[in-house]
Write a protein that binds this ligand. Structure first.
Ligand SMILES: [Zn+2]
Length: 282
């Protein structure tokens, strides 16, 4: 059974029990080290016990009954002896799934708070709202919330083949599903059709929802779909996509790391196709 996380934004009145601290210095997260040297989220009553004086603090709710906080550390604050600062991707790869998700949430909230201390419309210093996670401008009343940028991921299938593409920035030999950000005014299905057409010149049909994943690099929500090939020659756009081609379901190339939904999408669908099943769960 997975350990329950209960989100909330109003902190408890007092802090008598040890809490979990998701502390960030820019995009690096403060961790202690477990017995096997893996990163561990610090658990203590107050970071002041370890000589740290956070710039700002947000309450995140409870994980396994423990209160959780996200804080921003001074840029020059050294990590306590034996602790370290690691990238969020390392946290994602090495800590339990729910804790990784809270780490991503923590980073996005503290990053938003740091970047919205002043109103983007009139320049006045903003203040935290008491009844919701928002900052408001006392002058022009503009309200800002932590931003989330939706993006789609598309795995196009043709018989027992899947269409994978690679960007020039990928590691040599690595391929992934198609992906792109949602534009203003679009429904997710519109983005799926447009991105597939733009990136590889292919038409699709039978678009099916696969799953979603919060992706805090820096604040995306990935929404994954499968779709069936309906026509057109695979023609990489040469800008975003360097190369794209069909792969048999039983002969996958190098793929993205397992922490990403793209990997889960490709693994799940290729396994289904190789077993002679439909790409989507019926
Ligand atoms: Zn303003």
């Amino acid at each position: 059974m997975s350990i329950e996380y209960v989100p909330h934004f109003i902190p408890p009145d007092t802090r008598s029990e040890p809490a979990l601290w998701f502390a960030f210095q820019r995009s690096q997260m403060l961790v202690c080290r477990g017995d096997d040297d893996s990163p561990v989220v610090p658990c203590c009553r107050d970071l002041g016990e370890h000589g740290l004086d956070p710039l700002r603090t947000h309450y995140l709710g409870t994980y396994d009954g423990r209160h959780c906080y996200t804080v921003e550390l001074h840029e020059s604050a050294p990590a306590p002896a034996g602790w370290g600062l690691v990238g969020l991707r390392e946290v994602f790869a090495q800590v339990e799934g729910t804790l990784a998700a809270i780490s991503g949430r923590a980073f996005q909230i503290i990053d938003w708070d740091r970047n919205h201390q002043f109103c983007s419309r009139c320049g006045t210093q903003t203040v935290q709202r008491e009844n919701e996670r928002a900052r408001v401008c006392p002058s022009c009343k503009r309200v800002t919330y932590p931003p989330i940028s939706p993006a789609v991921m598309i795995l196009v299938t043709r018989g027992r083949e899947v269409l994978l593409a690679r960007k020039a920035s990928f590691a040599p030999g690595r391929y992934s599903a198609l992906a792109g950000f949602v534009e203003p005014g679009e429904m997710l299905e519109d983005t799926v059709v447009r991105e597939t057409r733009e990136e590889v010149g292919v038409e699709i049909r039978n678009i099916r929802y696969f799953g979603s994943q919060s992706w805090p690099f820096p604040h995306s929500l990935m929404v994954a779909f499968t779709a069936e090939y309906a026509g057109g020659d695979v023609t990489p756009d040469g800008v975003e996509i360097e190369e794209a081609r069909w792969f048999d379901a039983s002969a996958m190339p190098a793929l993205p790391p397992s922490i990403s939904i793209s990997r889960r999408l490709i693994d799940t669908v290729s396994r289904r196709l190789a077993a002679g099943e439909p790409a989507y769960a019926s």
